[in-house]
Ligand binder design. Structure first.
Ligand SMILES: Nc1ncnc2c1ncn2[C@@H]1O[C@H](COP(=O)(O)OP(=O)(O)OP(=O)(O)O)[C@@H](O)[C@H]1O
Length: 275
């Protein structure tokens, strides 16, 4: 079966307040957050995290999600993972979705590493029989040894990462959803993880990677999807979308430098480029 994703007029709203404080409501609406905060006929105030998004993603697409802070990247990943239901619109997904962005999702701090392998395995759509076949491989990859018998609350953050990563990458994914932390690290473990990840991504049919790093997007993706204030600003071949995006980021950086009286190419410019 070939994997595919179709989104039709998808919007996601997060309710903020209902009725109540008029002054707070007025303050929020007047700020507007670039038009993101709205209210409906029943006085409900909400954020439009995604707005009228329509998309068709085909087998083989490796999609980089770009946009400034709050653009809607994580919300879109969560919609694709089935964590959020769209408030409006339809999502159709063919293929098994493997989310790799909420590291703690599906993990129980009071259960052992081995028990968590089963819990998270079930979360990523495996049956108990399938999970059992992968336990030895996951245990070997994590190098956690006897710690796998200990409760997760006794693990360091790095040990938890090894476990989560080992479990999530044990199967060939149809649709892989990632945040940049998965590919951006440079510790000894992450170097080892990158080899496994490269193979994992290669075996996936569709991949989404949300990142603020233009280099990572160009390295891993074939297409880029640019979100702006929850709306689709551009979607197409990675180089053409990234060139346009980078030009906008560079212009914003220049403007910020000029406003701050800094020379071009300063650290302020660099930080605007990153975000
Ligand atoms: N649970 C929530 N409740 C209320 N508002 C939310 C919630 N989650 C996200 N938002 C709002 O939705 C918008 C999109 O957020 P989202 O986290 O998807 O952005 P993002 O592009 O992933 O940002 P970043 O790059 O900073 O991680 C933001 O305005 C954010 O404040």
């Amino acid at each position: 079966m070939s994997a595919s994703i179709s989104l039709r007029d998808v919007s996601v709203h997060f309710s903020l307040y209902h009725g109540g404080s008029r002054s707070l409501k007025r303050a929020l609406l007047s700020r507007g957050t670039a038009g993101r905060i709205a209210s409906d006929a029943t006085n409900r105030i909400y954020v439009e995290a995604l707005k009228d998004l329509s998309l068709d993603i085909q087998h083989g697409d490796r999609v980089g999600l770009i946009g400034t802070n709050g653009a809607g990247k994580t919300t879109l990943l969560r919609v694709l993972a089935g964590i959020y239901e769209p408030t409006i619109g339809q999502v159709e997904i063919n293929g098994r979705v493997t989310p790799m962005f909420d590291i703690g999702l599906g993990m129980d701090m009071d259960q052992s590493g081995y028990e968590n392998i089963i819990l998270r395995g079930l979360l990523i759509g495996l049956s108990r029989e399938e999970i059992k076949k992968h336990v030895a491989d996951i245990a070997e990859f994590t190098e956690l040894g006897d710690y796998l018998h200990m409760p997760l609350r006794t693990y360091s953050a790095g040990m938890t990462l090894r476990l989560t990563f080992g479990i999530s990458t044990c199967i060939a994914p149809d649709i892989l959803l990632m945040d940049e932390w998965v590919v951006a690290g440079d510790s000894k473990f992450l170097h080892k993880a990158q080899l496994r990840l490269a193979d994992f991504i290669h075996r996936s049919s569709i991949m989404f990677l949300a990142s603020h790093s233009n280099d990572l997007i160009r390295m891993w993706c074939t297409k880029a999807l640019w979100l702006e204030n929850g709306c689709l600003r551009a979607f197409g071949p990675v180089d053409s979308v990234m060139d346009e995006y980078q030009a906008i980021c560079d212009a914003a950086a220049k403007e910020a430098d000029a406003a701050a009286g800094l020379p071009e190419g300063s650290s302020l410019a660099a930080s605007v480029r990153r975000f």
